[in-house]
Ligand binder design. Structure first.
Ligand code: NAD
Length: 291
């Protein structure tokens, strides 16, 4: 069993990005600048946004965090987005999800200039991705492709079962894996909450991408030997033995699944760190495209 080490791979990526930033600076070009909007005080969202800002500092980017109160109106948020769209110094920006219930997520994501949409959530970028045109790939699926490539996991002609059909992970992942690309050319099955007899599909899979958000859902009896496992899930599970009162659980029961796997991502330290690294990569691309 080989661990697909997202912590190490993302650290390597950050070194590469930092080198590109240094080169831009010595050439007198613009320093990449990422902005993030956070609405409210959700604990997990605050942790993610702070990690993104810290990662910017590490690679030499400029960063701006716009911290708005929970009661911010949709109109105010849309104005903030217009400001970022019009600000030439900002190369890319993200709106941390989920948003408070009174704000329409679609309206917000549609307001982002697609050229600055480094999360790759705008329909223009989703459409371009689907047509295999240059676009910003959503960070989590982009990170998974990068991990598969860097560990030389063979995907061509393989049967990939993606569990979950969300707009940010499952759906784009299924599209990307079926495309003609280095980590692609696979035969893809998309499973979701209405799928019957899921085990029949997972037992046939060469690669399983679990993105459903149910801790330790995929167990050893559901997979064949030699499978590659990508565990996207991150759920906070109460744990009194931990100082912070919880532990992070993936969608895969690592204990029963890892002995049968050829490759597997751990949680934490697998897909999570890759997501942040790919957001930086998209921001670098956005900056380079402008110059
Ligand atoms: P989501 O809730 O939007 O979607 C979950 C999907 O799982 C749905 O499409 C649903 O149909 C499917 N599903 C639910 N129950 C199922 C079942 N019993 N069998 C088969 N399919 C089922 O979730 P999401 O935003 O895609 O996130 C999924 C998980 O990945 C969460 O734990 C989330 O925290 C995590 N996540 C991690 C990262 C990262 O960087 N590592 C990024 C995004 C999401």
């Amino acid at each position: 069993m080989i661990l697909l080490d997202g912590k190490k791979t993302s650290a390597d990526l950050k070194v590469e990005i930092a080198e590109s930033v240094k080169k831009l600076k010595t050439e007198g070009k613009k320093t990449p600048h990422l902005a993030a909007i956070l609405v409210g005080t959700d604990g997990a969202s605050m942790t993610y946004v702070n990690a993104k800002v810290k990662a910017c500092e590490l690679v030499g980017f400029n960063s701006t965090l716009i911290d708005l109160p929970e009661e911010t109106s949709e109109e105010t948020l849309l104005k903030e987005i217009q400001n970022l769209n019009n600000n030439n110094d900002i190369d890319g920006f993200i709106i941390q999800l989920p948003l408070p219930k009174h704000i329409n997520e679609q309206n917000v994501l549609m307001a982002v200039n697609p050229d600055k949409d480094v999360d790759g959530f705008h329909p223009t970028n989703v459409g371009k991705m689907t047509l295999d045109l240059p676009s910003f790939l959503p960070a989590t699926p982009f990170g998974i492709l990068e991990l598969l490539e860097r560990y030389n996991v063979e995907t061509s002609g393989k049967h990939v079962v993606v569990i979950g059909r969300s707009h940010i992970v499952g759906r784009p992942m299924s599209i990307l894996m079926s495309q003609k690309r280095p980590a692609g050319n696979a035969t893809v099955t998309v499973a979701h909450s209405r799928t019957k007899n899921l085990k029949e599909f997972t037992l046939q899979a060469d690669i399983i991408i679990a993105a459903l958000g149910i801790p330790e859902f995929l167990t050893g009896d559901m997979i064949k030997d030699g499978v590659t496992i990508i565990d996207v899930g991150i759920t906070r599970v109460e744990d009194a033995t931990k100082k912070r009162g919880y532990r992070l659980a993936g969608d895969v029961d690592f204990k029963s699944v890892s002995p049968k796997s050829a490759f597997i991502t751990p949680v934490p330290g697998g897909v999570g760190p890759m997501t942040i690294a790919m957001l930086l990569k998209n921001t670098l691309l956005a900056c380079e495209r402008k110059s």
